[in-house]
Design a protein around this ligand. Structure first.
Ligand code: SAH
Length: 368
């Protein structure tokens, strides 16, 4: 039994069933026994591969868009660079590589990293040696200055609570014990305040499941307020959609899916990010969330295929093959192209930056 599992069993035995969001958050990001408390989880040799680990062209495209937005903001001299959940630090290293060549003030700007895992902080510190780094446990102490940042596969790793519709009302869907194993149990009905907070649909089918990520909403609201007040932009890339229904909880270990409750603490747990809810919270905090658009469409509009072909022309056949395979993996609907989405948190306004102009044709509301 892993240390998370023994902690969760004793908590549930003493206090009764717990919310899924708390269970997930502790299983993933408890600094001592959470899944991310050990380095080596991300990458080919670990449990799952993320876009920056597939190709540095991913970071190049994001850097180009960030430089464009920084330029458009009048190149504020006091800008800070931000990342939520930097993992191995690969994406930030790729961004800084481009900044050093094309926007040296951004390469010299202080780096503010939101990271819960002490082990990953140390990996990031090594990977980003030479940068002026400040680590954060939350978003309450960011300097009062424009923020240009990214969050790749961060929101899907935050805890999500569930509600289940039974006998004409929404109930908490909690984690309890069935013998020694974790199991979903039906909890008390949601109060009127919780129903509003969860945003439960009004006419669900019996047994319907609805998800709500309180920490995701809190973080987007804090960053939305920050960007509305001080300026900047946060690019969010994640596995998700809009108007999601049902349970999206899943676990992955060694590149294979498994039962989410069985290996909690020893496997990656994720949920689908509800971009519609993030957009509503961004608007309530005075900011604007553009998108989401599909990751494939976003990267292709930013020119990832043309950039890969330019590199391929100078490469040997093995490298050419690798480049094309990486672009396919990042953009094709069969891989990450459709399931992953891109969205941009900016101050209120209008207009669509590069990467998002397809929203013009489809209409932002339809795409949300
Ligand atoms: N962005 C990276 C890593 C994604 S994995 C990549 O694309 O490869 C999720 C990251 O978020 C890890 O660095 C993990 O430690 C961090 N994380 C997860 N929950 C967190 C929380 N509640 N607060 C801060 N960091 C968290």
């Amino acid at each position: 039994m892993n240390r998370f599992a023994s902690w969760a069993r004793s908590q549930i035995s003493a206090k009764g069933p717990m919310r899924l969001g708390r269970f997930m958050q502790q299983a993933l990001s408890d600094p001592e026994f959470g899944y991310y408390s050990q380095a080596g989880r991300i990458g080919k040799a670990g449990d799952f591969v993320t876009a920056p680990e597939i190709s540095s062209l991913f970071g190049e495209m994001l850097a180009a868009l960030m430089i464009y937005l920084w330029d458009l903001s009048g190149r504020p001299a006091n800008s800070q660079i931000f990342e939520a959940g930097p993992g191995t630090g690969q994406l930030m290293a790729d961004l800084r590589h481009v900044f050093a060549r094309l926007a040296p003030p951004l390469a010299a700007a202080p780096l503010h990293l939101l990271e819960a895992s002490p082990a990953l902080r140390s990996v990031q510190q090594d990977r980003l040696a030479g940068a002026d780094i400040c680590f954060h446990d939350d978003c309450t102490a960011l300097p009062p200055a424009p923020l240009f940042g990214v969050a790749n596969e961060f929101f899907d790793a935050l805890g999500v609570d569930q509600a289940i519709f039974l006998d004409q009302s929404w109930h908490h869907h909690l984690i309890g014990l069935d013998g020694d194993s974790f199991a979903f149990v039906t909890g008390p009905p949601l109060s009127a305040r919780e129903l509003r907070q969860f945003g439960c649909p009004a006419e669900p089918a019996e047994g319907a499941i609805h998800e709500f990520s309180p920490s995701g909403i809190e973080i987007i609201s804090q960053l939305g307020q920050h960007i509305a007040k001080f300026g900047g932009a946060l690019l969010i890339l994640d596995y998700g959609g809009s108007q999601l229904v049902g349970s999206s909880l899943q676990a992955v270990r060694a590149h294979e899916r498994l039962d989410p409750l069985e290996q909690a603490g020893a496997a990656d747990l994720t949920h689908l990010v509800d971009f519609g809810r993030l957009a509503d919270s961004a608007a309530a905090s005075g900011a604007r969330l553009i998108g989401p658009v599909e990751q494939g469409r976003f990267l292709l509009e930013l020119g990832i295929a043309a950039r890969a072909e330019a590199l391929a022309r100078q490469a040997d056949s093995q490298r050419r093959h690798q480049l094309r395979a990486a672009i396919d993996r990042l953009t094709s609907p069969a891989w990450m192209g459709s399931l992953f989405k891109a969205a941009l948190l900016v101050p209120p306004g209008s207009g669509l930056p590069p990467g998002f102009t397809s929203l013009d044709q489809t209409g932002q509301e339809q795409n949300r």
